[in-house]
Design a protein around this ligand. Structure first.
Ligand SMILES: NC(=O)c1ccc[n+]([C@@H]2O[C@H](COP(=O)([O-])OP(=O)(O)OC[C@H]3O[C@@H](n4cnc5c(N)ncnc54)[C@H](OP(=O)(O)O)[C@@H]3O)[C@@H](O)[C@H]2O)c1
Length: 361
């Protein structure tokens, strides 16, 4: 198979750096173009990134010498070089939405990490293991945009990727009625390291702007159904969330309490998790974990530091399933926020779109 040529818009950011590491040796995608703001444009990636490279693996030499293009001013050049782009930019919602739509209208598919288009009704927001069929709404989106190839597809917010996978199959089988979730979120989710966020050391900050709303609302789009050319969000389960920033570099943990329409046994829950195989696993997508949900029986697992990198940071770790005095069950979930929750999730979504022919010319 010929590799698809790909660009990264927002290549100098925290998520952009992750994209670079994930695309360096990708079997299906060839990284040919990097773009960022006018501040970085014209510099080589090595010059622009300076001491800001925060990945564990070294910056690949092939990338360090690439010249950064201006995501806005060089759009014609960029779209002529690539088959599709990943987008992860720190801009206002309106500006991000306008930028993504310009790429799509230039017949360049956009796989986005940004939140700007997550609630656009004909933009699929996909976790490839869960609601992969939502990509079918792209046909309607293309009609709205007047494009043949161009479209926007997004991944969901990082926090919910820890707990929604654990609830997804249970909802289908037993009807999840109410969910209370408290998240303990890493500082890389704010694009920070301990060097750039010293006030988090020995501290917990009980506020992450907009996060609780996203954690309550976005799951309903994932459970939504395509009807009349848009995704109509589900009206259940009911979510209530509290999101805390904790002194952890990577990995979002969630403490979950769930009430069911038809209360399952503990064995039924464990068996549903154990047997979970999504479309991503069936298709053998390069970044799909072999096993999506891993349950740990030890009382003190999963731990952020020990399990966040499970299966390349793409698997979900679950533990501490037990009955609750007010809800039916409680348990703990963990996922890597910049791998599964951000760049890795977007790369896996792009693999799904490639496998289903959405990047074909
Ligand atoms: N960090 C996470 O874990 C995470 C998880 C999920 C989603 N996200 C989302 O992903 C996006 C990027 O997050 P991040 O943490 O990577 O942010 P970041 O580290 O602040 O990086 C922002 C990137 O956007 C570029 N940019 C800023 N203004 C621009 C403009 N006017 N035109 C073009 N490019 C511009 C920057 O380029 P310059 O270097 O040239 O300024 C940089 O490449 C955000 O929407 C964020 O909400 C982040």
């Amino acid at each position: 198979m010929n590799k698809f040529k790909v660009g990264i818009i927002g290549a100098t950011g925290m998520v952009g750096q992750r994209f670079i590491t994930l695309l360096a040796d990708h079997p299906w995608f060839d990284l040919v173009c990097l773009a960022a703001s006018a501040r970085s444009a014209g510099k080589t990636y090595g010059e622009a990134i300076g001491g800001k490279w925060v990945m564990d693996s070294p910056l690949p030499d092939s990338v360090a010498g690439m010249t950064i293009l201006d995501a806005d001013a060089d759009i014609d050049r960029i779209t002529s070089l690539v088959d599709f782009v990943f987008c992860a930019v720190n801009m206002s919602k309106d500006a991000t939405k306008a930028l993504e739509e310009r790429y799509a209208k230039a017949e360049c598919p956009v796989v986005s990490n940004n939140s700007a288009n997550r609630h656009t009704p004909d933009v699929p927001m996909v976790v490839p293991e869960l609601n992969w069929r939502h990509i079918e709404v792209i046909d309607s989106q293309r009609k709205r945009l007047g494009t043949k190839r161009g479209f926007i597809a997004v991944k969901s917010n990082c926090s919910l990727q820890s707990y929604v996978p654990a609830l997804y199959l249970l909802h289908a089988e037993f009807g999840v009625k109410d969910v209370l979730v408290c998240t303990y979120q890493a500082i890389s989710g704010a694009g920070k390291t301990f060097d750039t966020f010293p006030e988090i050391v020995d501290n917990v900050i009980p506020f992450i702007g907009g996060e609780e709303e996203k954690s309550e609302k976005e799951p309903l789009k994932i459970w939504g159904e395509i009807s009349g050319g848009i995704i109509v969000p589900a009206d259940k389960p009911n979510f209530t969330a509290q999101c805390l920033r904790v002194p952890v570099s990577n990995g979002h943990m969630a403490a979950v309490f769930a009430r069911f329409e038809k209360r399952p046994t503990k064995e039924q829950i464990l068996s549903a998790w154990d047997g979970f195989e999504g479309e991503a696993q069936k298709l053998g997508l390069p970044h799909a974990p072999k096993k999506f949900l891993h349950y740990f029986t030890e009382d003190d697992l999963p731990q952020t530091k020990l399990q966040r990198d499970l299966e390349g940071g793409m698997a979900i770790s679950i533990g501490r399933l037990r009955e609750d005095t007010q809800y039916d069950y409680k348990f703990v979930c963990l996922s890597h926020n910049t791998l599964r929750g951000a760049a890795g999730g977007a790369v896996e979504l792009a693999e799904l779109l490639a496998a289903k022919g959405y990047f074909d010319r």
